[in-house]
Design a binder for this molecule. Structure first.
Ligand code: ZN
Length: 163
């Protein structure tokens, strides 16, 4: 594997790349930046230990994961990967609120078009806009959506709009 040119790890660590070098399959010489980052964040000997504890077929995934985490830690020294995860979770929450409000609007428009007896429930708000839900229904929706981190709960939100 090593051939004449040492792997990126051995090159950086200035050591001889042996035939059974644990880094060689995952840190090729043409991508020195990958190992440099992983080494800076985790340390070469820690990475070596982690890889030794894994069966060979899982090592490539582990190296990808370590490289991703090292990258995230470099660009966000405080939160690392967690920064990206919480940013995405916030986005999911905000989109769930928007979805719930859009579904409520759609239902409202459908009810107005169908001119069903449900119109009896319709009430005028203070601005004179007709809206079939009272403010507490909307408040409920706003409270439900941000706490759900799972899109699987979305049917529950839809059900509560129909009530
Ligand atoms: Zn090597």
């Amino acid at each position: 594997m090593a051939g004449n040119s040492p792997c990126a790890s051995c090159k950086l660590l200035r050591r001889r790349c042996s035939k059974d070098c644990i880094f060689a399959p995952f840190f090729p010489p043409h991508d020195p930046h990958k190992f440099a980052l992983v080494h800076k964040v985790f340390g070469a000997s820690n990475v070596s230990k982690m890889l030794q504890e894994l069966p060979f077929h899982q090592r490539a995934d582990a190296v990808s994961s370590l490289a991703y985490e090292a990258n995230a830690r470099m660009s966000d020294p405080v939160y690392g990967c967690v920064g990206a995860i919480s940013y995405l979770q916030n986005q999911v929450s905000q989109l769930q609120v928007q979805l719930a409000l859009a579904q409520a609007e759609i239902l409202c428009i459908q009810m107005q078009q169908e001119n069903t007896p449900l119109l009896d429930y319709q009430q005028m708000d203070t601005d004179g806009n007709s809206f079939p839900f009272n403010n507490s229904t909307v408040t409920q929706l706003m409270n439900i959506a941000p706490s759900t981190n799972n899109i699987a709960q979305e049917p529950f939100i839809r059900e509560s709009i129909r009530i």
